[in-house]
Design a protein around this ligand. Structure first.
Ligand SMILES: Cc1cc2nc3c(=O)[nH]c(=O)nc-3n(C[C@H](O)[C@H](O)[C@H](O)COP(=O)(O)OP(=O)(O)OC[C@H]3O[C@@H](n4cnc5c(N)ncnc54)[C@H](O)[C@@H]3O)c2cc1C
Length: 468
């Protein structure tokens, strides 16, 4: 240990206070374990400060803006509809700050020792923290690494905060883009494209694969593309940005499609090409953990193969989502306390994209189900057939459900349309309870609700749809 440091011992040390880390810490404390959590920057991690929450706050502003523009459809009038980007961002930062303080409060409430500083793992069971005041050494039989991830940078496409942004810049923009290029059509890229496009930026999305939102069911991707194009977004699939020439207030992007390179000018580029885990410089490999392209290799229980060393959340296998991180945190804390929790099943982790229209899914896509050898039954129901959707003025969208034809097991659900990020939990609970088509058909859904589309989609898979 370094000179002048005192060794404090805990049952569990958590490194990183994002949703994975702080939830693991709370659950461990609830189970009677003494817990320290080390955080170098912000309580709540990327999720509360630079991810889930501030983006959704901004997207709410663009959604309300869009609704105000549609006032006439609802028999209302609104004139001089405009936005103040600075005020939109101010609200987003205030909400992030509020939740960040909430996490600090939860740490206090659960008697968790918070150490603010940069952690390394110099030996098994040891954590060294570099703080403002020097170094502090901590020890515990169990260490949970939840150090998360940052924006992945591709050579030549690096962010500079002015012309080329990562998600952090896009959350604190120096200006409103006029002509925006978004590289990458995963959830993060599409959410920013949707936000800035709705506020009036001329937006182009470039995606290397043959469709946008490539992890979603192909039918949903195609639906989303059509909808975004109707909103005047330009979508270039099968395309790569080979080079960015940065000039004064202008970026020329060299975009290759089918072997042909075309140059296009933009004033702003958002690079959303994935994430890199924060796993270097911690000392994990020296302890015996394996790292694959920045992500720590773990088993289904987040074990690294090194005694007492667990890695959860974005620092390990995907899906890289906050609810997966926090669920792993609970699982690992319970294991450490001697419990026998179930492993987290990645196929039961729902994915949500809060663009306009929203997208949500859980389980296998139709293609994945076929590829896995299932004989399947597929049901679909359009928003236009649902009374509540019509009443809300939200008739664009669909709900698709995939079943195993032999057993009736619910294999997957895929949705696009208003509020589907709230609706998907019905299917999540269904999968968790190992529901079949019979249970879902027997359930009585309240009327009028958007949730009735879940019912109708299930009925459609078995030739019993009513309102279509
Ligand atoms: C723009 C954007 C939007 C997103 N939207 C959603 C969404 O809507 N829904 C969703 O589920 N997910 C979303 N995500 C993903 C989500 O934010 C992550 O999956 C989630 O934050 C991962 O949690 P985590 O605890 O693993 O790591 P993080 O939240 O990244 O937290 C890790 C923490 O560890 C700290 N840390 C790192 N290294 C050290 C060290 N050496 N010492 C001390 N501390 C350290 C970091 O400072 C950080 O606070 C979004 C991400 C982005 C970027």
């Amino acid at each position: 240990m370094g000179e002048g440091t005192t060794l404090k011992t805990f049952d569990v040390i958590v490194v990183g206070a994002g949703p994975g880390g702080y939830v693991a810490a709370i659950r461990a404390a609830q189970l009677g374990l003494s817990v320290a959590i080390v955080e170098r920057e912000h309580m709540g991690g990327i999720c509360l400060n630079w991810g889930c929450i501030p983006t959704k706050t901004m997207l709410r502003s663009s959604e309300v803006f869009h609704l105000m523009q549609r006032a006439g459809e609802f028999g209302l009038s609104a004139t001089g509809i405009d936005f103040d980007l600075e005020a939109v961002i101010k609200r987003s930062r205030a909400v992030a700050k509020q939740l960040n303080s909430g996490v600090s409060h939860l740490m206090k409430k659960n008697k968790i020792t918070v150490v603010m500083g940069e952690a390394t793992l110099p030996a098994r069971g040891k954590v060294r923290v570099t703080t403002d005041k020097g170094t502090e050494d901590l020890s515990a039989d169990n260490i949970i690494v939840a150090t998360g991830a940052r924006a992945r940078e591709l050579p030549g496409l690096e962010a500079d905060g002015d012309l080329v942004w990562t998600y952090k810049h896009a959350l604190m923009p120096p200006r409103m883009p006029k002509k925006l290029l978004v590289i990458g059509s995963g959830a993060i890229g599409i959410e920013f494209a949707s936000f800035y496009n709705t506020l009036g930026a001329e937006t182009t999305v470039v995606e290397v694969q043959d469709r946008i939102l490539p992890v979603e069911d192909a039918e949903i991707s195609a639906f989303a593309r059509k909808s975004f194009e109707a909103q005047k977004m330009t979508i270039r699939t099968n395309s790569t940005v080979k080079k960015l020439d940065r000039g004064k207030g202008r970026v020329t992007a060299h975009i290759e499609t089918d072997g042909k390179v075309q140059k296009h000018d933009f004033d702003t580029v958002i690079s959303a090409v994935g994430i890199t885990a924060n796993t270097e410089n911690l000392g994990l490999e020296a302890l015996g953990a394996k790292i694959d392209r920045s992500f720590v290799v773990t088993d289904a229980y987040c074990r690294t193969g090194v005694d007492g060393l667990y890695v959860i959340g974005d620092a390990t296998n995907g899906p890289w989502l906050a609810h997966k991180a926090s669920h792993e945190g609970v699982m690992v804390a319970e294991m450490i306390a001697g419990g026998k929790p179930h492993a987290v099943d990645p196929d039961s982790i729902a994915g949500c994209t809060y663009c306009q229209p929203q997208i949500a899914s859980v389980g296998l896509t139709e293609a994945q189900a076929r590829d896995a050898g299932f004989d399947i039954k597929v049901g679909r129901f359009p928003f236009i057939g649902n009374g509540k959707a019509i009443a809300l003025g939200e008739t664009e969208g669909m709900v698709k459900t995939v079943f195993d034809a032999k057993t009736g097991a619910l294999l997957g659900a895929h949705m696009i349309g208003a509020e589907v990020t709230e609706l998907i939990q019905g299917y999540v609970v269904g999968r968790q309870l190992e529901t079949t088509e019979e249970d879902l058909m027997q359930a009585v859904f309240p009327h009028p609700t958007l949730s009735e589309m879940m019912h109708e989609s299930v009925l459609d898979a078995y030739g019993r749809v009513i309102h279509m």
